[in-house]
Every structure is written in C-alpha cells, then in structure tokens.
Design a protein. Structure first.
Length: 492
C-alpha cells in the first residue's frame, strides 16, 4: 500500500514543472514571437483545404517560391488544440510535454542505477538548458525526438532497431530536427566501431556498431515517409547550412554568454569540465562524440542548447555517477533517496496532467477567473492596430517587423505581408534587412514592392524615419504599434 502513495522523484519533478510552465510561463511559451500564430494559421488552412499549400499563405516577397511545409503535422496539432481550448490549451499541452520529457531524463538515469538525488539535479540542469528554446513551436518535438532517440540507443531491448522507423516517420512530419537524430545515431555507430578497434573487444563492440547501423538505416527509411520524399531532405539541409539564416535570424546565432538566458549553458560547460576531470575512468568514445557534436551545434546556434540538454548532459551525468572517485555517498537527504525506491512512477503525475488539460480545455479559466492567458497580448502584438485596420477595410501590401509576421498571418487572413515566418526566402530576408535597418535605398524598396501600409513598433527607428517622409502619413498609433499609410499619388 505504500508504493502508490509515495511520489517518485520523477513525479516530484513533473508536478513541480508542469503547472509552473503551463500557468506562470504560458505567455512566454505561446507569445515569445509570432511563429505560433503562423503555425496555427497553417494548420487551420491544411484542415480546411485537406492538402498542403504549395506557396506562402501571405508573403508577397516569397509568392513565387515553392513552399515545403516540413512541420505540417505539428501545425495541424496546434490548430486542433487551438480550436479546442485556445492558447491556454496549447500552453498546458506544452507544459506537460516539457515536464514529461525531463521526467523521462530522470527516469533514464534512475533505471541505470544513478542516485535519485544526483538524477534529480541532473534532470533540473537539463531543464534549465532546455528553457532557452522550450516554446510552443514545432521545434519542441525535436527536443522530445532527440531525447527518445538517446533512450533507444542506450536500450538493450531486442529489436529496438525497428522502433526507430516509426519514431523518425513521425518526426519527419513534425519538424526538420530529425536530421540531428540521424547524426546522433551515426555517432553512436561510429563510436562503437572505433571503440572496438581501440580496446580490442571485437565481438561486443562490432555487435553494438552493427545494431546502431541497422538503427540508422531504420531511422533514415522512416524520414522518407513524408509528403515530399527527398525534397524534404534537401529543404532541411539547405536551412541548416544557410549562412543568411545564421547571420540574420536571432535564434540561429551563437549564444551570448553576457545574456542571463545563456548562463545555464555556460555553467553546465564549466561544471562538465570539472566533473569529467575528477572521474576515474574515461568516458565511452560514443558518449564523448555525442558531447562534442552537440556542443558544436549549441555553440553555433543557441536554439540547439536544448538538444545538448537532453542528449549530452544526461550522458555526462551518467558517466559521472559511474566513475565518481569516492565511494562515500552524498550524506544529506538519505530519507528522500530511500523513499524513491518505494515509489511508483505516474501515480501523482497523471492526475496533475489531467487537471491541467481540463483547465486548458476551459480556455484557462476556473469559473469566471482567468488562470492562464488565452489571448494574444496587446503589448506584444499589434492587436488593436490590426483590428482597427481590418474594420476600416484597409487593403494593399503591408510591411511589418519580422516577429509580427506570424501574428498578421493569423489575425488578418488575406493580408499581403512582407515576411512569412514559415517561408525563409532570400529575397524576403535581403529586402527586410535593408528596409528595417534603414540602409541606403530603403525608401525605393518600399516603392518597388508597392507597399501601401506599414505597421511597426511605435518606438522603432523606422517609425521615426517614416514620420518625416512626405509620402507617408500616420493613420493609427498606440503604445504598441503605429500604422502608416501611403499618401495618394505618392508612388514615383
């Protein structure tokens, strides 16, 4: 009778993290930028048309470019959640996924004999690393996919190679991060083969390398189960190797350690160096290769820090637990560690997840009391400005901040906008950077694209410049947005 009543360490992590992320972190999860709104619009379009659009839904600068909807399944999921409970249900769903993923990291460590106290600390560090990019966007499914891939690679379950096929078949339709998963499997296969050469333990090493090679083939075959075939692979590789994206999109840039959000990554790196330095055995080569690979990706783009947190960091924690030099155990919280051995996983997490989903389905309200924000924030997005423009029947092409593109796609269906965040066009990027940065010739670009409306942040440099241009007049203004309209007959 004791086991069901005692929450496991994994349950404690879940019932702590899921409500905090879902309720307190709802606005950040759903409104850090306008991308979620664009994904909802795309998902609604797919559900309505029952096929995948071949071109951008809104961007006049990318209208001629073919569109590969590489995250279509995620977008359908977000659209269905939005229909059922608005942003509140998306927030609770995301909070549950976040807590569940790091709960699985903890379970992974516990199943391999790691002390529950160290497992909890390691899982919380993994959560802190993932916090930089745990958002209600398709990328979240790649974080989950990377964690599950690691767990399967470390499993000795017979036939686990076959499980990679359905995993990657799903992943290939959820987000383009499946490429990272393939690299992870390839590193494991190569690491096992090289380890066999170095140690001379041929039969066991080659057996593991063969199993992981079969897993790689199974996963690669799974990625072909998508509406585009190999075209999807070309699109994903192109995005990953794009210099323009790396230079101009904030989340693709390298981490800035002067920013507070990147401090967990810096701390984890310093801690890893110290911990690995004092261990008594060398880390298995495939684990070390995963650490090096994921560290490279994380240093290249801070959006990949979350992937480091669910792959490299659990392996570092597992190695330290096995190779710690002293046999002396951690002397504090012994009762806490003892209780975990008497617990059953899920007895406490399941009801918390159900209650959160019920709250989300009620649009984040208990009675008439709003608990979770379920509408778009008027201080973050031009909610009132867009409502006013739509009621007035404004027509023509619109220029806007990049981060508002998704919201405009969602809130103003049919509007012709400059940036579609779901379609990275080089023409879009080049023209946007020039206009928004007030570089020489920016006025002529607005003329060239026949822009008739500019909706931008009230305090932006572009707003101040347009206010002094004779061709433009202020049509609307509030503390969030200002709307400029082109004067009649002002085209050159």
């Amino acid at each position: 009778m004791l086991r069901p009543r005692v929450p496991s360490v994994a349950d404690l992590l879940f019932i702590l993290v899921a409500p905090i992320k879902s309720i307190r972190g709802a606005v950040r999860l759903t409104q850090s930028d306008g991308d979620l709104a664009a994904h909802i619009r795309m998902g609604e379009t797919i559900l309505r048309l029952r096929h995948l659009p071949a071109h951008s839904l809104a961007s006049y600068t990318a209208a001629a470019d073919p569109l590969v909807v590489h995250a279509w399944l995620s977008e359908v999921i977000f659209a269905l959640l939005y229909r059922a409970g608005g942003l509140a249900l998306i927030a609770t769903f995301t909070g549950i996924v976040i807590a569940g993923t790091h709960g699985l990291v903890l379970i992974f460590l516990r199943k391999r004999g790691v002390d529950p106290r160290w497992a909890l600390i390691a899982a919380l560090m993994s959560l802190a690393l993932g916090a930089s990019h745990w958002l209600a966007r398709p990328h979240m499914f790649s974080i989950v996919g990377a964690a599950v891939t690691l767990f399967l690679l470390e499993s000795e379950r017979p036939g686990r190679e076959l499980l990679f096929f359905p995993l990657f078949a799903s992943w290939a339709n959820l987000h383009g991060g499946w490429l990272f998963g393939l690299l992870l499997i390839a590193v494991y296969a190569a690491g096992d083969a090289v380890d066999a050469l170095i140690t001379g333990v041929w039969p066991d090493g080659i057996r593991r390398a063969r199993r992981n090679a079969l897993a790689l083939l199974s996963a690669a075959a799974g990625t072909l189960v998508n509406p585009y075939g190999l075209v999807l692979h070309r699109e994903v590789v192109s995005a990953v190797t794009s210099v323009s994206l790396a230079d101009n999109i904030a989340e693709y840039t390298s981490p800035n350690f002067h920013e507070v959000t990147n401090l967990p990554f810096l701390i984890s790196l310093l801690l890893a160096v110290v911990l690995l330095a004092v261990t008594t055995r060398r880390m298995p080569l495939k684990w070390l290769a995963v650490v090096v690979m994921t560290l490279f990706f994380a240093l290249r783009s801070f959006r990949n820090i979350a992937l480091f947190g669910v792959t490299a960091w659990p392996l570092i924690a597992l190695h330290v637990a096995r190779a710690w030099p002293s046999k002396k155990r951690f002397p504090w919280f012994n009762d806490f560690a003892r209780l975990d051995t008497q617990s059953s996983i899920g007895w406490w997490s399941a009801p918390v997840a159900v209650l959160l989903l019920a709250l989300g389905l009620n649009h984040g309200r208990i009675g008439n009391i709003p608990i979770i924000a379920s509408g778009f924030d008027r201080e973050t997005f031009p909610v009132t400005a867009v409502d006013s423009a739509r009621r007035a029947g404004l027509t023509g092409r619109i220029f806007h901040p990049w981060v508002w593109g998704g919201y405009l796609m969602y809130a103003w269906p049919g509007a012709a906008i400059h940036v579609d965040p779901l379609k990275f066009s080089q023409t879009t990027m080049d023209s946007y950077v020039k206009i928004d940065g007030l570089r020489p010739g920016w006025q002529s670009l607005l003329d060239r694209w026949k822009v008739s409306t500019v909706i931008i942040k009230s305090d932006s440099p572009l707003a101040r410049s347009l206010a002094s241009e004779r061709a433009w007049s202020i049509w609307y203004r509030d503390t969030t947005a200002i709307v400029f309209r082109r004067r009649a007959n002002s085209y050159p």
